[in-house]
Design a protein around this ligand. Sequence first.
Ligand code: SF4
Length: 244
Amino acid sequence: MEFEHKVYELNYSKIKTYKECPLLYKYKYVEGKREGLVPASSLGVSIHRTLEEYHKYSNDPSEILNYFNNCWLGAGYTSAGEQMEYYLKGKKMLEAYAEKEYERKTSVDSTEREFIFEHGIWTIRGKIDRTDLWPDGSWEVIDYKTGSELDENFDVTQSLQMGIYSVGARRAWNMKKGKASIYNVALGIVYSADFDLFNEDEILKTFVETGKKIEASFFPANTNHCQHCLFNNRCPSSSVKEAA
Ligand code: SF4
């Protein structure tokens, strides 16, 4: 069964998925198959939910763990021990996060705010984890990461995700001055770059070119991604199916 699939509506997740493997895109966005949760992604959901609620209703660092307990998602773990291991990992991250919040000079403006803008025939959407306002009137759009895959030298201007978020913030919300940041909650590092440092033309070109391939239903397998793919034990094209 094929799901209704709006080709002309693009977002970063779709582009990222297509670039990882076009066939994976087809499974997720054309056929509506779900990836399911594994411990790392489940913890990510718990942390994102916690920070959304916490910044919406509290901003008092002494309350952050209450929010974590209320927002905890128990799905995706194979045993109670594994769940506890990840719970403690998340608790440690959030304690460090709350501590760092004392040092920030910004005020939280919104959480999970959605932008939408038109670019030619394309509608581009995105949802940003958090937006902050600085005392000088400039903005910061923030995306949380809960894995430790980004090292301390990560160059945020190379992030297509933060690139499209900076374009969205300027076009949809008229945020003229500001920066886009990835907040690596796992390592307690914030990587930031001014909106101006992102190459808007290149970013939009990537979206449009990828969108055209999707529109043409061009969905070849990219087996270089199989090792990291959550469909690798059920995809006939998987290069790691036997080992999974
Ligand atoms: S298992 Fe490999 S080929 Fe199949 S969808 Fe995933 S990345 Fe693509």
